[in-house]
Design a protein around this ligand. Structure first.
Ligand code: SF4
Ligand code: SF4
Length: 757
């Protein structure tokens, strides 16, 4: 269909008071010959209704609205078949530039040009429709409290669930507990674990199919189309296939295992030094606490906190639950007689939230002694007793106690694929340089291959090019955007929950299970509509690869942070569309520029860049291109507008899906078009990254070398391109970033000599 483009310029929100609207309309009609340009008093409510009526009566199929921020609109504000581009004239121009100023007017006119060009280049987005039916059932891996709760929550919402547990029964650590810490006000008394009720509910639910003594020996496919093979655990004998089925999304609730105690504590060397989990198993089994050495009832116990955690060289993180567990176990001991005594040695006691009330209740017991100090020595006496010596105590004295048993608070580590190994894999990948032959890649390439198939530690056994499990952070917790998307992993449709995600108590695990269940449901529903899940929830676009021109360089497959692209034997990328998050990182990576979305292409942005009118050198009006990430940088820019912070009038801003989607050709196009410099602003990267696509802003930095080479070829200074990391609450830095760039780079190096060429 032929394009019929209409432009609506809003005169409300102070826009007409600040800008010459008639002149803007002339830009649209005279320079671009658009079919229709009209002013409207508002672009919300009645104004929006009027725009929609005009779209219909004028038969427009592409529309530009210059008014409020695109972020103020809802998805169904316009008919699906109409392509609408919105210019944030209020936020990006009127709120942050002086009114009725030549430079302000030039900025507004440039945005009209840029967005007319953008809408000209855009094509209607058609959601991805799989040829196969999208499956909406959900697989839960792990049958502990988190897995069981997730299965129940998902089934209650009407979805079929397969619950897989590797041991011979459901329950996990919950089933191994004698009692639970209090979960209800007034948070004073221990509670029944509730395991029997939970098991009965699972058994009675017809939507849950449970497999025990089984594991996921293979998972291939993508959200809505995951093909799962279950095998029997085998118990040392060969493992057999148990079942094969398809699911739509997966919750990984594989829980935790105890950390090893610190080396200076004699666990494994003295019989009567045990772990907190050993004590729990003992009382669950025999109803009382005894000394392993002789079976004599324990009357005095020393509990040593952080026995396996919070030491720099040894699980440096806090496991969050051990202190509460010790308080609970001290109460078990007190149930063994009025003369039973518990000595709790700690550096800090951590009892978050309402659990502080439980801590106070335990402190009230006169036979439970809390000592802040460091355990220096544990020695065994002849009679089976142990002597515990603590130093650096609060009173400054050494303290010695004689006890029957020492219980070490072991922390939690996730039952994920081994974190260290995954880290090694990532590191090895970094040393595998693109463009090098396999021989040049040598050992590093071999290591990548080996690590990808880390036999024996796999949990999910994903058939992904990028490895069999969820990529994890340093300690093995699956990688996620911890602020905005806590249940996400780097594999779309697979949601870690419970202690595999972070250390937490039972109550937290149940809440986590509910969160992951909702995410898994959201995934199958949105996937069935051909929409992206987080963070571009509802986006119906997806990347298209013009493979006839693909050189099999593998940059897209290696740089996609979500393992979306498999490869054929030649290295041609094979898109698994329902895994895609629509970040555009593959588009930024591709040197051949053959990856595009219907509404976001290399050509589209390059055309927007070129649409800006760049003044001649003698006008002394530089132009700075700012490519800003839609996730944090653009909202920050709007916050700057809301605070009426004024910024440099020579900047022209283009929002990008992620800095990782920036193709280096945009920078060279900008310099060739006469811009004096380019600023890229994205999310924070590194270990505590905030990039919504995990690696996008880091990749933009990494690819900077490429850009620098191109600038050198053009005899331009590297300094003309800058990359900044910005958090949304750092909106106040934006004027300074722009101003410093103008003063320190452009004024120092002068105007771009390519101007006017
Ligand atoms: S890089 Fe982003 S857009 Fe490209 S395939 Fe991966 S998830 Fe999709
Ligand atoms: S980056 Fe482009 S050229 Fe390279 S493999 Fe991917 S699609 Fe092909």
């Amino acid at each position: 269909m032929e394009d019929k483009i209409g432009v609506f310029i809003c005169t409300g929100y102070g826009i007409a008071e600040a800008l010459d609207i008639e002149a803007l309309c002339k830009v649209a009609t005279d320079e671009y010959n658009v079919a229709y340009c009209k002013t409207v008093e508002s672009c919300e409510g009645a104004g929006l209704k009027a725009i929609n009526e005009d779209i219909k009566s004028e038969g427009l199929n592409k529309v530009v609205i210059a008014g409020i921020s695109p972020r103020q609109y809802r998805e169904n504000d316009f008919p699906q078949e109409i392509i609408v581009e919105k210019v944030a004239m209020r936020e990006h121009v009127v709120w942050c530039q002086p009114p009725n100023d030549e430079d302000t007017q030039m900025m507004a006119a440039d945005y009209i040009r840029m967005y007319i060009v953008k809408v000209q280049k855009a094509e209607p987005v058609e959601p991805f429709q799989s040829e196969e039916t999208i499956d909406k059932s959900i697989l839960v891996v792990g049958g502990g409290i988190t897995g069981m709760t997730a299965a129940l929550d998902t089934a209650r919402a009407g979805y079929e669930v397969r619950l897989v547990e590797k041991s011979d029964k459901l329950g996990g650590w919950l089933a191994k507990q004698h009692m639970s810490i209090p979960t209800k006000p007034p948070f004073r008394e221990l509670e029944d674990t509730g395991i029997d009720a939970l098991l009965a509910e699972i058994e009675a639910n017809p939507r849950i199919k449970t497999y025990t003594s089984s594991y996921t020996s293979k998972i291939s496919g993508a959200p809505g189309l995951f093909d799962v093979t279950l095998s029997s655990n085998g118990n040392g004998t060969s493992s057999e296939m148990v079942d094969q089925f398809r699911v739509g999304s997966i919750i990984q609730a594989t829980g935790w295992k105890p950390t090893d105690p610190r080396d200076n504590l004699p666990y494994g060397k003295l019989d009567n030094v045990i772990l907190n989990v050993d004590l729990e198993a003992m009382i669950k089994e025999q109803g009382r606490i005894t000394r392993p050495s002789d079976g004599k009832e324990a009357k005095n116990i020393a509990f040593i906190q952080c026995g396996g955690s919070r030491a720099k060289e040894h699980h440096s993180y806090c496991s969050s639950i051990c202190c509460l567990n010790t308080l609970k176990q001290a109460l078990y001991l007190r149930g063994q007689g009025d003369d039973a005594k518990a000595y709790i040695f700690y550096e800090f006691i951590r009892t978050p939230g309402q659990f502080e009330d439980f801590y106070r209740r335990v402190q009230e017991d006169p036979n439970i002694y809390f000592t802040r100090g460091e355990v220096a020595e544990i020695t065994a006496g002849d009679d089976g007793t142990l002597q515990v010596t603590a130093k650096n105590t609060m009173p400054g004295e050494q303290i010695r106690v004689k006890v029957d048993l020492v219980v070490l608070a072991a922390g939690m580590k996730p039952n994920s694929a081994d974190g260290e190994m995954i880290r090694a894999l990532e590191e090895a990948k970094v040393t595998v340089k693109e463009g090098e032959s396999d021989i040049q890649r040598g050992e590093a390439a071999k290591k990548v291959e080996e690590l990808k198939h880390h036999e024996g530690t796999e949990i999910l056994n994903l058939g992904y090019r990028q490895g069999p499990d969820l990529p994890a952070l340093e300690y093995g917790f699956p990688d996620s955007h911890f602020i905005c998307f806590p249940y996400e992993s780097r594999r779309t449709g697979i949601y870690p929950a419970g202690c595999v995600r972070q250390p937490m108590d039972g109550l937290g695990s149940r809440q986590d299970a509910a969160g992951a269940a909702l995410k898994a449901i959201q995934c199958v529903e949105m996937t069935s509509r051909g929409e992206a899940v987080h963070p571009r929830a509802g986006d119906k676009s997806y990347p298209d690869f013009f493979l006839q021109k693909c050189t099999q360089c593998k940059r897209c497959t290696e740089e996609c942070p979500f393992g979306v692209l498999n490869e054929d034997e030649k290295g041609t990328p094979l898109l698994q569309a329902t895994r895609c998050r629509r970040c555009g990182i593959c588009m930024g990576a591709c040197p051949e520029r053959i990856v595009s979305f219907k509404d976001y292409t290399v050509d589209m942005v390059a055309s927007m860049i070129k649409a800006v009118v760049v003044p001649e050198e003698y006008d002394e009006k530089p132009r700075i291109l700012a490519l800003m990430c839609e996730n944090d940088a653009i909202p920050a820019l709007e916050l700057a507008g809301q605070h009426r912070l004024q910024y440099n009038p020579f900047v022209r801003i283009i929002p990008v899906r992620c800095l990782g989607s920036v193709n280096s050709v945009w920078v060279t196009e900008a310099i060739s078009a006469g811009y004096d410099g380019v600023i890229m602003i994205g999310c924070k990267y590194g270990d505590d990254y905030q990039c919504h696509f995990i690696k996008g802003s880091e990749l933009a930095d990494y690819r900077g070398e490429n850009i620098r080479e191109k600038l050198q070829q053009m005899s331009m200074e590297n300094e003309r391109v800058e990359l900044h990391q910005l958090q949304i609450n750092e909106y106040y830095r934006i004027p300074e970033i722009f101003e410093n760039f103008h003063k320190e780079v452009i004024e120092q190096f002068g105007m771009n000599p390519f101007k006017g060429m």
